[in-house]
Design a binder for this molecule. Structure first.
Ligand code: ADP
Length: 185
């Protein structure tokens, strides 16, 4: 049987990190979180500047980074923050659908709820992310989601050879989690 590759997708604040952690408490997964990896780049590097501005980092850089991470894995994996563009999505399916059982979990949350959650995360969070503090940067990241990631999600929805679930993630995490677990079984 193939191992699972769980791909968490959704806007900023949809709950990708939250549900990844809940799944990790229930199973043995390698967790690959692109935002956290990219935030380790020095602030004065090209990547550091792009992340601070809320711009997507170019596909070729992400693909190189992901190939290095994924090629080390032999078991179940959770991807959080990748893919975010159609090219990234196509690359993932082309290279890994043969080896892993790819499950796309699209966390569907209305825009106003996303904005509210990002705001709350900044004010209540223990680690203040600078890209969560500025309304213009938040808006730029949400725009990138709607213009670049949404089309990738739509493409994945009809892509052959992978599993796709749309999960309404507007409510509390504990009520949403069972729907994700169902989708993965
Ligand atoms: P959020 O989902 O809240 O925007 P992340 O921590 O996932 O935050 O990502 C932070 C930043 O890292 C993004 O704004 C973007 O600059 C960069 N990034 C993360 N994943 C990708 C990706 N797959 N492709 C391009 N850039 C990415």
């Amino acid at each position: 049987m193939k191992h699972k590759m769980v791909v968490m997708m959704g806007g900023q604040g949809a709950g990708k990190g939250t549900f990844s952690k809940m799944l990790m408490a229930r199973g043995d997964y390698t967790y690959i979180e692109t935002g956290a990896i990219l935030r380790t780049a020095p602030a004065d590097s090209d990547i550091g500047r792009m992340v601070a501005r809320g711009e997507l980092v170019p596909d070729n850089m992400l693909i190189k980074l992901m190939a290095e991470k994924i090629n080390y894995c032999t078991g179940d994996i959770i991807l959080d923050g990748f893919p975010r563009t159609q090219s990234q999505a196509q690359w993932l399916v082309e290279h890994y659908a043969g080896k892993w059982d790819i499950h796309i979990i699209y966390l569907d949350v209305p825009n106003e709820v996303l904005l509210h959650r990002i705001n709350k995360r900044f004010h209540e969070g223990s680690c203040h992310r600078t890209d969560d503090s500025d309304t213009a940067i938040i808006q730029r990241r949400l725009n990138a989601f709607y213009t670049q990631t949404k089309p990738a999600i739509e493409w994945l929805h009809t892509a052959p050879g992978i599993k796709f679930a749309t999960i309404d993630a507007t409510g509390e995490p504990d009520t949403t989690l069972p729907h994700i677990l169902d989708a993965l079984n």
